[in-house]
Design a protein around this ligand. Structure first.
Ligand code: WTA
Length: 656
């Protein structure tokens, strides 16, 4: 089978940085030359300049036992000290770290000095509960400042956090607690979502109660509970502790001990091709170096003047790297928002940008497309002129959404950085630099300085410009995953076996190099279809569909087909006014023709289904596997990880 991914779409719009932006930019094009000349020296300089080390490292990289890398291994540092104390020591204690906005509209401004104080008290509480370096602590909290404080206090002690997204069920929480063997759970009574308190503590109680006869040894000794929603909770005496009783009463004196650079920092569970989530393990020095460097360079961070906002929840890797660690290591001021984008009104995000004067905004394509669906009249009611850099992450951003983002949110002025990376990579790997790169809508473009990426065929051979293939990272990088918790074989097998002879990391994504060598992501390779021997990307066809003025959202799958091997099947959400004015039959046939025109006859969908919703995970990713079940007329598979588990029955009914 060929791994050439036929690319048929052509996007020719270009946006160069303004002279003014380029002149004041943090990162210059010289970084590429420096990293190209000596990659390890480049990362060594980043680590020394961006972080404070207790013991300086003497070796940048030890790659003698691939794929198990060690970065800065003989250096020692404290991650929390780097995110907090040192900013206070440098005279920036009064700078606001967190501009927190609760969904009901309550607010808290927390300075670096205040956050440092809170983390020191909490570290003393955790020590009192017996937490020592290497212990695992599960964090199951809403988007409140305590979530950040909890991560940092665990890190301060050299212990390992496992943040579990607050939207996950008791079952998911339990399997994560068990896999990591967590000793402590930090949670809240609840948090605000869509105008209501969504409870958390009951899920923890359920996760910890249901063990009788399961044979699983309980590892959790205590549950530390933040009061947020104010609702009643069941209480287990001796096990449960209120945060507001313990933390304010603890001493604010706490000396941060330095730990080796390879000391584990966190485990974060992510789904793979099998049912069992993988506990992706990250360590300290290399991780913090790359998140700090990329946060500074990619977002052009000027910490004295910028107000940064990343909308990701701390339950995802983006919330770890670009809410917690990157911004705090860099001494940034950032907005933290508890709720949903449309509560209590559809302009809530834009209102927050106006209120706090946000200058750098980082969100996901799925959010951008849902705002496109509502229409530009909503953001138009708010003053968004403070914005100067916009970022995108999580899935390919189609050129139409990219252009809408730049024009409607960015007033045709702000650079957009489309950042490609993964839970496994820990930090941004591919992205434009906003003062350097001439951007192309829809392309993530270039590897970051010091990162080596290639697009190869099945044999690992470079495909050359103008061709598609598989995305690989050819050399180790500082924030790379160090393993899968408790499963080194799965780590080797999942990421390193495919190109073992070359030592490449296989990311699982398809990509194309354009004539300039810029990288265009084409989605997961399992989402790549083979139609009559042509490999087509689901992302590419979806991009063509949403470029049609009638379409609000689209998901495409390959369904097996007797004639063509696979056939393209599209599920589309039609904008309301089009639905009123056109017949479904007319819309379906015009969309089939449209894709044929946009990409080529080979890409024309066999079936187009008009639906009201698409099945999405809680992080907003479309679950194409379930749509494939519908397209192939099978019983729909496991829907438990969907944000809305009912949506598949609605879609199945609509398709019939
Ligand atoms: C996809 C999120 C295209 C990709 C940080 C990757 C992207 C997976 C982009 C990782 C992007 C992420 N363009 N695709 N800018 N960013 N992806 O682990 O398929 O939640 O492999 O990390 O998201 O998702 P994860």
């Amino acid at each position: 089978m060929t791994s050439q991914i036929d690319h048929l779409l052509n996007e020719t719009r270009r946006f160069a940085p303004s002279a003014e932006f380029a002149e004041n930019a943090v990162a210059s094009g010289e970084l590429y030359a420096e990293a190209g000349a000596d990659r390890e020296a480049f990362w060594g300089r980043q680590a020394r300049e961006l972080l404070d080390w207790q013991t300086p490292f003497t070796q940048v990289l030890d790659w003698t036992n691939p794929p198990f890398a060690q970065w800065f291994a003989d250096g020692t540092l404290n991650v929390a000290y780097n995110c907090l104390d040192r900013h206070v020591a440098a005279g920036n204690g009064d700078r606001v770290a967190l501009l927190w906005e609760g969904e009901p509209g309550d607010e808290r401004r927390i300075t670096y000095a205040e956050l440092t104080d809170e983390v020191k008290r909490l570290a003393n509480v955790l020590t009192g509960l017996g937490i020592v370096a290497g212990d695992r602590v599960a964090i199951y909290l809403p988007m409140i400042p305590e979530a950040i404080a909890a991560m940092l206090a665990v890190a301060r002690l050299g212990a390992i956090h496992s943040v579990v997204f607050g939207g996950f069920s008791a079952d998911s929480l339990r399997s994560r607690i068990d896999d990591a063997g967590a000793k402590l759970v930090i949670t809240a009574d609840g948090g605000y979502r869509k105008g209501k308190v969504s409870a958390l503590k009951p899920a923890v109680d359920l996760a910890l109660a249901d063990r009788n006869g399961s044979g699983v040894q309980e590892t959790v000794e205590h549950v530390l509970v933040v009061r947020r929603g104010g609702n009643d909770v069941d209480w287990t005496e001796g096990r449960d502790i209120w945060w507001h009783d313990a933390v304010p009463a603890a001493s604010a004196e706490h000396e941060a001990e330095a730990f080796p650079a390879e000391n584990p920092l966190f485990i974060l569970y992510t789904s793979g091709t099998t049912g069992k989530p993988k506990g992706i393990l990250h360590t300290s020095g290399g991780y913090l170096t790359q998140v700090a460097a990329t946060h500074r360079n990619v977002f052009d961070l000027h910490p004295e003047s910028d107000v940064y906002w990343c909308t990701a929840d701390v339950g995802w890797i983006t919330g770890h790297s670009y809410v917690a660690y990157g911004p705090l290591a860099n001494g940034a001021t950032q907005v933290l928002y508890e709720g949903t984008p449309d509560s209590p009104h559809p302009g809530r995000w834009w209102e927050i940008i106006q209120k706090y004067g946000v200058t750098i905004f980082y969100t996901a394509p799925t959010a951008i497309r849902s705002f496109m669906k509502i229409g530009r009249q909503v953001p138009a009611q708010f003053d968004l002129t403070s914005l100067r850099v916009l970022g995108s992450v999580g899935e390919p951003i189609n050129p139409e959404a990219w252009v809408w983002y730049r024009s409607v949110i960015g007033a045709d002025r702000t650079p957009i950085v489309d950042t490609w990376w993964q839970t496994e990579t820990g930090a941004i790997m591919i992205s434009a630099l906003p003062g350097v790169t001439e951007t192309k809508p829809g392309s993530a473009q270039v590897p970051q300085p010091g990162i080596t990426i290639d697009v190869v065929d099945e044999s690992g051979t470079h495909v050359g410009n103008g061709n598609g293939g598989l995305l690989v990272v050819t050399e180790p990088w500082p924030s790379m995953l160090r393993g899968i918790w408790g499963d080194p074989e799965r780590f080797v097998e999942t990421y390193w076996e495919k190109f073992a002879d070359r030592g490449y990391y296989f990311a699982g994504d398809g990509a194309r190099l354009d004539e300039d060598g810029d990288i265009w992501l084409l989605g997961r390779v399992d989402d790549v279809m083979n139609v009559s021997g042509h490999r087509l990307s689901t992302a590419e066809i979806e991009s063509a569909l949403v470029a049609n003025e009638a379409v609000a959202e689209a998901a495409v799958v390959g369904a097996s087909d007797e004639t063509t091997g696979q056939a393209v099947v599209a599920f589309v959400i039609i904008k309301e006014n089009y639905l009123k004015q056109h017949s479904p039959e007319g819309l379906v046939s015009s969309l089939r023709g449209w894709v044929g025109e946009q990409i080529g006859p080979i890409a024309r969908p066999r079936d187009v289904y008009i639906v009201g919703e698409l099945p999405k995970t809680r992080s907003g990713k479309i679950m194409r596997r379930l749509l494939r079940d519908v397209a192939e007329g099978r019983e729909v598979g496991d829907t438990t990880t969907l944000a809305d588990t009912m949506v598949m029955s609605v879609i199945s009914a609509q398709v019939k």
